[in-house]
Design a protein around this ligand. Sequence first.
Ligand code: PMT
Length: 217
Amino acid sequence: LAAKCLAGRRVLLTAGPTFEAIDPVRGITNLSSGRMGYAIARAARQAGAEVTLVSGPVALAAPLGVERIMVRSALDMHGVVMARAAASDIFIGVAAVADYRVANAAEHKLKKDHGGVPAIELVENPDILAEVAAMPGAPFCVGFAAESRNLEEYAQAKRQKKKIPLIAGNLIQDGFGGDDNRLVLFDDHGSHPLAPASKDVLARQLIEHIARLTGNL
Ligand code: PMT
């Protein structure tokens, strides 16, 4: 990692899944482990940045020297990120945020014998990354796209829809869980496939790419 290429920069990032409650003990979530986002938080810290990591429920320890804020739902994550985004130079959305939450979450545990099969109604969650990117004086915004096919097409479409300068694409079978990944970076200059590697190695390459695009390297 180019030594201290983000010295003094403030990096805000999200990692892990979100958990959308159905009742006090049940919910909708996904298999993100948080490893990719935590590796990027460590790499940004090693590059000299001041790092705030907004993390969904994961079983990982807070990286050394990083401010970590634990959240549960997409709405919680949205609130914490929006309160801090204006004071950040770089925002990286690594979290697998639930697109929908349960509109009719129950205050008490759902009981099996009461009124048949429960119906779960969904409502759309705010798009945290798109909202940050649309702020006046927005930080440099980086997204992630996990796809099961058509990686380039879908990742580019997300980059354009969310109006962000850089998105890192990965295939679900490569990226979710596990210590290794394969990333393709898409920016205004085209696509940059990175060799398959550990999430730690890829995180450092991503941080260097961000440092170059933001004129810090
Ligand atoms: O945690 P790991 O097990 O290491 O796995 C890492 C990962 C595969 C989860 C990660 O590398 C990854 O790809 N994260 C993004 C997953 C995804 O597909 O996100 P998305 O397509 O739903 O969203 C695209 C982008 O918008 C992401 O940057 C996401 O953080 C952001 N987003 C999405 C929805 C929403 N409501 N708010 C957001 O900010």
